[in-house]
Design a protein around this ligand. Structure first.
Ligand SMILES: [Zn+2]
Ligand SMILES: [Zn+2]
Length: 258
């Protein structure tokens, strides 16, 4: 099971998951042209994309969805609790729904409920014969059952949106700061670190940690990265040796993790 972040951040998010039989995208912010550009860097064309799984209706996750439906006719999936809001926002007519779990080609797709100010937001886990990939983004608090959900995942994309001090000291309006910090906002570096610590303590399968949805105003890739590296080092584990840590960026594709 392979994972690549095509781009990640408050302007747009799109991740590529690849098994033997399927290539699926999670979310499609920005534009179809941008997705094609990043796929082309990997010598892939959009024709190889088997489906798109959407987390929630916010623009940075769905803005390319109408183009995908119109020009590419690719199957779109969303959680049954969030599909209506995504359809209303994007005017897409052909959204398939997923509940707790679904079999798609050789992948088992599982969902987990996130805490976010969307109609409904879910995280995804994709599993094939070789292993699992987990994606948890846009959640203000750690989802219930998160450790069990991510436990089999060798690669995880976890939101590491903001540094709390940068956010509070920055120039965002007070209300927006409160929204980001709230239970229905976004995960801070500290919260991302808490999950990773629990996954390692519980001897979960995690080997590749990709930090995503990193704010360009209230965070720095280095801060997010070293926050996790330090937590691992305190547990006697070293980045690049025991585990890999990577920050998914807005303007650059991540390495592909297997
Ligand atoms: Zn959102
Ligand atoms: Zn978002």
């Amino acid at each position: 099971m392979k994972f690549t972040s095509l781009y990640s951040g408050s302007k747009g998010n799109c991740y590529l998951i690849q098994s033997k039989e399927a290539n699926v995208l999670v979310d499609c912010g920005l534009s179809l042209a941008m997705i094609k550009e990043r796929l082309a860097e990997m010598h892939l064309s959009f024709k190889c994309i088997s489906a798109v799984f959407v987390t929630h209706e916010h623009t940075d996750h769905v803005s390319a969805l109408p183009q995908l439906e119109l020009f590419e006719k690719v199957p779109i999936f969303a959680h049954e609790k969030g599909a209506k809001a995504i359809a209303e926002k994007t005017m897409c007519k052909s959204i398939n729904t997923i509940g707790a779990s679904l079999q798609f080609k050789d992948m088992t797709v599982d969902t987990i409920s996130c805490s976010h100010d969307a109609s409904f937001c879910c995280g995804y886990r994709f599993t094939d014969q070789t292993g699992s990939v987990g994606i948890i983004a846009d959640t203000g608090s750690l989802p219930v059952g998160i450790v069990e959900f991510l436990s089999p995942c060798k690669t995880i994309l976890i939101e590491s949106n903001h540094d709390e001090d940068m956010l509070m000291g920055g120039n965002y309006p007070y209300k927006l700061k409160q929204r980001i910090l709230s239970e229905k906002g976004h995960l801070s570096n500290k919260q991302a670190g808490q999950i990773i610590k629990r996954l390692v303590e519980n001897k979960c399968a995690v080997k590749n940690i990709v930090l995503g949805h990193v704010s360009q105003n209230n965070n720095m890739p280095e801060l997010a990265f070293y926050n996790v590296v330090k937590i691992l080092e305190n547990m006697g584990l070293y980045e690049g040796k025991d585990l890999n840590v990577c920050v998914a960026l807005q303007d650059k594709r991540s390495p592909t993790f297997e």
